[in-house]
Design a protein around this ligand. Structure first.
Ligand code: NAD
Ligand code: MG
Length: 395
């Protein structure tokens, strides 16, 4: 008999395949065997139809979706004759998440990633989570959905991936603190006056990591770290006072866990998102990845210093949101998304982003706890309304 068993291909869907996380994910998948090793039930993008169509052809994706309902015809014609199914708009995004898959890479930016990711969670897929907004906005509900769906939650955010790697599961009772590292961004050494005058272009130029526009600007304001503090609280079940942030300009230590015996375990690597992405894809094994190896003699020294919360008020806002609890994470995130867009559009200055977020959080501090995901969406909508009206008043 000549019936050698064929290993079934691993099925991986990618939400946000055209973005920075999405492109890095496809790069890792190509390195790990491409179409020989993987099937792609669904991929999604938004405005970059040409890239989305090229990715769909290259991976042999079964379903390609643009989030923009007006681009359906463009995507359809770009994929004519391929047999690849095409969809557009929010319902198609959710359908992409719901397509049967082993692992879903959640790489959409913002709250727009929540609904399609939850669709994948509900069908029991493992989730490689880059989209931190899922946990920031809907932390407890998201974790409950994961428990119900039965899939694994694998953090892709580099800091959380690092913690996941060094958090000893049978010693969770002995975890004292987690220490998130932050590069400090391009304005690490700027005065407040200098920060008040920066443009979106300078804010988007990250010194170490190459990332999407919004997360790059969030890194410059440290709102990215603020979201990551809340993300860490939900991922690892920490109290707010157990979550520390340290500025580490070289981004070599990706984060650390401190134990009650005084030991601190760290994960190190070159600043390259393909580490965390490859870790999540290969988990629980370790794959061979095409990332730079650290040369410690050349690195010579690693620096650390405490973050300055007067210049980076986002960190204090994260702590306030965690202490207040309820829907304040959703409010912080929604207000931050509106303020960020206003900064990108030139309506407000760099430092005003935090003022808008703080004022919106105060206005919507009603102690309410989300019972359903609809409560999260409702709060997100209310938040956007409040933040937008504060912005128009400040203009
Ligand atoms: P990006 O802007 O490069 O890509 C975002 C992707 O989402 C694109 O495919 C885009 O088409 C899609 N998208 C944008 N708006 C959308 C909408 N309204 N509806 C549906 N799809 C939409 O962003 P990124 O840097 O890849 O980041 C993606 C997520 O991963 C973010 O949540 C970010 O915080 C997180 N993350 C990114 C990095 C990184 O290195 N880039 C690191 C850690 C975490
Ligand atoms: Mg990060």
């Amino acid at each position: 008999m000549n019936s050698s068993p064929v290993t079934p291909k691993r099925r991986i869907s990618i939400l946000g395949s055209t973005g920075s996380i999405g492109c890095n994910t496809l790069d890792v998948m190509t390195h790990l065997g491409g179409r020989e090793a993987f099937e792609v039930p669904a991929i999604t993008g938004m405005g970059n139809i040409e890239l989305l169509a090229a990715q769909a052809r290259q991976t042999g994706a079964e379903f390609a979706v643009t989030a923009d309902p007006d681009r359906y015809a463009d995507l359809k014609s770009a994929l004519a004759g391929t047999g690849i199914e095409v969809g557009a708009g929010p319902a198609a995004l959710v359908e992409a998440g719901a397509r049967e898959t082993d692992l879903l890479m959640a790489g959409i930016v913002g709250i727009a990633g929540l609904a399609p990711t939850l669709a994948a969670v509900a069908q029991g897929a493992d989730i490689a989570l880059a989209n931190k907004e899922c946990l920031v906005s809907a932390g407890d509900l998201f974790q409950q959905a994961i428990a119900k769906g039965g899939g694994k939650l694998l953090p892709v955010d580099s800091e959380h991936n690092a913690i996941f790697q060094v958090l000893e599961q049978d010693q969770r009772h002995a975890v004292d603190r987690i220490i998130l590292t932050a590069s400090g961004g391009p304005f690490r050494d700027y005065s407040r006056d200098q920060m008040a005058a920066v443009t979106p272009e300078t804010a988007a130029a990250h010194p170490n990591w190459s990332m999407g526009l919004k997360i790059s600007i969030d890194s410059a304001s440290m709102f990215n770290k603020a979201l990551e503090m809340i993300e860490a609280r939900h991922l690892f079940g920490m109290r707010p006072d157990q979550i520390e942030v340290i500025v580490h300009p070289q981004s070599i230590i990706h984060s650390m866990v401190g134990y009650t015996d005084g030991s601190v375990l760290a994960q190190l690597g070159a600043p390259d998102m393909r580490h965390a992405i490859g870790y999540a894809i290969a988990y629980p094994r370790r794959a061979s990845l095409p990332v730079e190896r650290l040369d410690f003699a050349r690195l010579a020294k690693l620096d650390f210093h405490a973050p300055d919360e007067t210049r980076f008020p986002a960190l204090a806002l994260a702590r306030t949101a965690m202490q207040r609890g309820g829907l304040q994470g959703a409010v912080l995130n929604g207000a931050k998304e509106i303020a960020l867009e206003a900064f990108i559009d030139g309506q407000i200055g760099f430092l005003e982003m935090a003022d808008i977020v703080a004022a919106t959080m105060d206005k919507l501090d009603d102690g309410r706890v989300a019972q359903t995901i609809e409560d999260v969406y409702e709060t997100d909508r209310d938040t956007r309304g409040v933040a937008a009206s504060l912005i128009s008043k400040s203009a």
